[in-house]
Write a protein that binds this ligand. Sequence first.
Ligand code: CDV
Length: 319
Amino acid sequence: MARFVNVAIGQLGPIAREETRTAVVARLTSLMRQAHATGCDLIVYPELALTTFFPRWYMADQREIDTYFEREMPGPETRPLFDLARELSMGFCLGYAELAVEDGIVHRYNTSILVDKAGAIVAKYRKVHLPGHAEHEPWRKFQHLEKRYFEPGVRFGVTDAFGGVIGMAICNDRRWPETYRVMGLQGVEMVLIGYNTPVHNPLAPEHDHLSTFHNRIVMQAGAYQNGTWVIGVAKAGIEEGVDHIGGSCIIAPSGEIVAACATKGDEIALARCDLDLCNSYKQTIFNFDLHRQPRAYGPIVEQKGQTLMADGSKVAPRR
Ligand code: CDV
């Protein structure tokens, strides 16, 4: 029996600093209703989809920082999204800033959850690759303080849901081949990725005109090389003066883009995703059992940075 998942991108335009959770959730529920009206099973929202992208600002006061975090999920302001999911029998994937107390210790993560058609959280993912910097760097046009405000997650898991094997990643994770391969090794058939990507890269402005090209090339390569669907979802547009790329798209296991958003505002785009399309890649060119050579891949996990050159040098990081 064919295994189809009708998936909607739930792209968001900018969220203003003063916009309330309640107002944002109303935008999310509007997108969910549109997706449901077109027969979707699942809608995927961006990274940190409940607030403005706050790591662009240096804040010294932890109480102020914590206003951007969720202590419970669902909480009073997000419950309507869960209620609607249950009413419509729709799943969703949502990114948010998570404040978790574990063994009496407070942790803060950049998190995504997968919610099933019954409104139950069936998977949680905490962002592994946190980009940016940990200290205030006033020379930048805007900050990127993810390394200050979050601690990194430690695993890429997959979950049996929606009739297939589903994984999640968040924004910068999509640029790293390890992200997809670790999930590919667990048989992933669909990777859900929300992102907030400024057009301008303060450390490498020479990349700015390539930002949408890089967005697509990494997700298309990840899809093809692991025989999986990839759903990439932006928070796009000019948010608090910072321009963010759009480029939300659905990528088939062939690496081809089969649906894409056309604007940088709130918008859905849809595809009927046949999970069995993954098989012809997983069984042939990327049959891992037959063709992978892990003996040759040791440095991937044994070392973090580049090996020193014969003269003791290596490429210096830009600061
Ligand atoms: N939110 C992100 O992780 N953004 C990064 C930017 C800072 C490079 C990204 O990889 O898109």
